[in-house]
Design a protein around this ligand. Structure first.
Ligand SMILES: Cc1cc2nc3c(=O)[nH]c(=O)nc-3n(C[C@H](O)[C@H](O)[C@H](O)COP(=O)(O)OP(=O)(O)OC[C@H]3O[C@@H](n4cnc5c(N)ncnc54)[C@H](O)[C@@H]3O)c2cc1C
Length: 601
């Protein structure tokens, strides 16, 4: 038998563990509870909920968007987040109050807005009689299959008392550890390398730039007094915000990067129907051309032209918003069409990274890389230029959060990853010959010529090779542009799958694996400049700008109505998409229960 039989009443009774209490973990657990799961556990290595948005990790100028940067005398490298606007970062279960100062933030939510929301969400749904179901300060250090290959054994440790370890067993688990939990330093640029080079200033990863800001500022002030020059910090989106914050405190910051994450901006925030409608998702080439409009845009010469003009126009508007000259380092940016590293800056702001670069408060050096530390700062690799810095902030992103929990072999064994032979991708060579995808840029990573490891998750959620087992799922590994909506739809798909509800699912693990391979072939075609699929805990599935369409597909997997934002043939593209559309999903699914489940028995 390929598929496990499902006794849904028993599944609901049995314990289930959600690992991680970031946005994806919280909504997953809330939907499980709402779906009648009686024994939901949550483990979280932090001391509060929110993940990236947890108290202590957010900094005052953190905004929902994305960007990339490096700084003078506080140097940083890149990272990868995505743009969101008001309403997109929440679940349908709890409205998010509009921040009173929303207009002063250019329409963007602050990190603190999201953080407060996560706290409220936690208090509302997970705290009973003063006790939270979340076990905080509890890090999962190892995941293994349980005895007899049934269920899961989790080794945990108390982060406040690392000697204290334990093993917990669960029949089912949902991994929600995200992709931004374990900081990554570039090779040769970690604090030990700095010490080895005789560099004595602080060397901080962007994840710690805020908690350690006092140290950074003290270093900057000290170097100013001794005329060694001040320091700054930054990297990725956090680097951008962080550098702007330091620059606002008169700390000169230098940002060094190869390519900047494009920060989309306009003189004033674009109207809701443009930012939250389906227009961009349809303009962006997508693996399946589902609507007449998509077919026109991507399979006709004229449509392809329109797509290019639209993407170029959006990019040009960003540059004109900040009057960025052609030779500015700010122009060394990722492509909005070919890359996923872009962010939504919203309306123009004098406090933004771009504004501060344009006013000279932040110095941007690009395109280049930091080669190594010197005893006074860093050395650039193209011209050997030395940059003196009183502190260095590295925003070189994060490693796959599964690395600390699952070794490569276990990932392959479970099917979180799988081995791909480049020959398996070749069969898709003549797929997606869209005019809108003509003349792609050259890949900016080494294209594998032999077998390589890639994400193995079907729909970014369940191991293709073990799809019939229904005992593990992942939420948070879909790289998207509307996180609240995406995590919530995933949070429904997962229990529907566990409970054996009627769903459109591949009939065999081989079919599921083929679907996963096809997705990788698509992603490599669609985003040639970016190998973000290297981090499967974060980007196992990459619909990105087209995530509303991908979520429609998941809805259809569950035999639920899709394209929920509605509208008629003329207005459907502009109808804002909102998490409110999802508020009845549990009820809709409940009505369907009792029907025979999908998949092969
Ligand atoms: C600076 C920055 C800015 C960003 N900006 C945006 C943005 O503007 N818009 C956007 O959509 N996205 C943005 N992102 C991406 C961000 O990853 C998502 O917003 C979101 O936080 C992902 O949610 P998650 O729940 O999947 O993961 P996370 O938020 O990373 O949460 C992971 C959870 O897992 C827990 N955990 C991890 N490992 C373990 C373990 N071994 N044991 C126990 N618990 C563990 C953590 O404690 C945490 O609770 C940004 C990321 C960063 C770093």
């Amino acid at each position: 038998m390929v598929w496990n039989e499902v006794d849904s009443a028993q599944v609901r009774r049995e314990p289930i563990c959600v690992i991680g209490a970031g946005p994806a973990g919280l909504i997953t657990a809330q939907v499980l509870l709402r779906n009648g799961f009686e024994n939901v556990h949550m483990l979280c290595k932090d001391s509060s909920v929110g993940g990236v948005w947890a108290k202590g990790r957010i900094y005052p100028t953190m905004r929902i968007n994305k960007c990339i940067a490096y700084h003078r005398k506080l140097l940083v490298h890149e990272l990868t987040p995505h743009g969101s606007v008001h309403g997109e970062s929440r679940s349908s279960a709890l409205p998010m109050a509009r921040p009173i100062d929303a207009s002063s933030t250019g329409g963007r939510l602050r990190g603190s807005d999201i953080s407060n929301y996560m706290d409220e969400f936690h208090n509302r749904f997970f705290v009973k009689e003063g006790k939270s179901i979340v076990r905080f300060n509890t890090e999962v250090t190892r995941i293994q299959r349980g005895p007899g290959s049934k269920g899961w054994s989790l080794t945990i440790k108390d982060t406040r008392n690392p000697e204290k370890t334990d093993i917990l067993r669960f029949p089912r688990i949902v991994l929600c550890t995200g992709g931004c939990s374990v900081p990554k330093f570039a090779k040769g640029l970690d604090p030990d390398d700095a010490r080895a080079a005789g560099y004595t200033g602080p060397v901080v990863h962007s994840a710690e730039a805020w908690p350690r800001q006092a140290e950074l500022l003290a270093a900057a002030r000290k170097s100013t007094e001794s005329n060694e020059g001040p320091s700054g910090a930054g990297g990725g989106k956090s680097a951008q915000d962080c550098s702007a914050l330091l620059a606002a405190q008169n700390v000169p910051v230098t940002v060094i990067y190869n390519k900047l994450e494009l920060f989309l901006a306009s003189p004033s925030p674009a109207p809701k129907f443009l930012r939250q409608g389906r227009l961009l998702s349809v303009l962006s080439p997508y693996v399946n051309l589902r609507t007449r409009m998509q077919r026109f845009l991507h399979s006709t010469w004229l449509g392809g032209k329109i797509v290019r003009i639209a993407f170029n126009h959006i990019t040009a508007e960003t540059y004109s918003t900040y009057s960025i000259p052609k030779n500015s380092p700010l122009r060394h940016a990722r492509s909005l069409l070919w890359d996923i590293r872009t962010g939504d800056e919203g309306g123009r702001s004098d406090e933004s990274f771009a504004a501060k670069v344009m006013s000279g408060k932040i110095t941007a050096i690009a395109p280049t890389h930091v080669a190594q530390f010197t005893n006074t700062g860093v050395l650039l690799d193209d011209n050997g230029q030395r940059i003196d810095a009183s502190a260095v902030v590295s925003a070189t992103g994060y490693v796959n959060s599964w690395e600390g929990i699952l070794d490569d072999e276990t990932c392959l064994d479970i099917g979180l990853t799988h081995q791909v032979d480049p020959k398996d991708l070749k069969k898709y060579a003549n797929y997606w010959n869209y005019p809108s995808l003509q003349n792609p840029p050259k890949p900016e990573y080494e294209v594998p010529t032999g077998p390589f490891v890639a994400p193995g998750l079907y729909q970014g959620m369940v191991p293709a090779k073990g799809i019939g087992r229904r005992d593990i799922a992942v939420n948070g590994a879909t790289f998207n542009a509307s996180s609240g909506y995406t995590y919530e739809v995933n949070a429904h798909w997962i229990p529907a799958y566990f409970l054996g509800e009627k769903m459109k699912l591949p009939k065999t693990p081989e079919d599921a694996t083929e679907a996963v391979t096809k997705h990788l072939a698509w992603v490599m075609r669609r985003y040639p400049t970016c190998a973000v699929w290297n981090n499967p805990s974060y980007a196992a599935y990459i619909p990105y700008l087209s995530s509303p369409i991908a979520m429609d597909e998941l809805m259809e997997d569950m035999y639920l109505p899709s394209m929920r934002s509605g509208g008629n043939w003329l207005t459907w593209l502009l109808k804002p998409i909102s998490s409110d559309e999802l508020v009845t999903l549990s009820e809709e699914r409940r009505k369907k229960r009792g029907e025979t489940f999908g998949g092969l028995s």
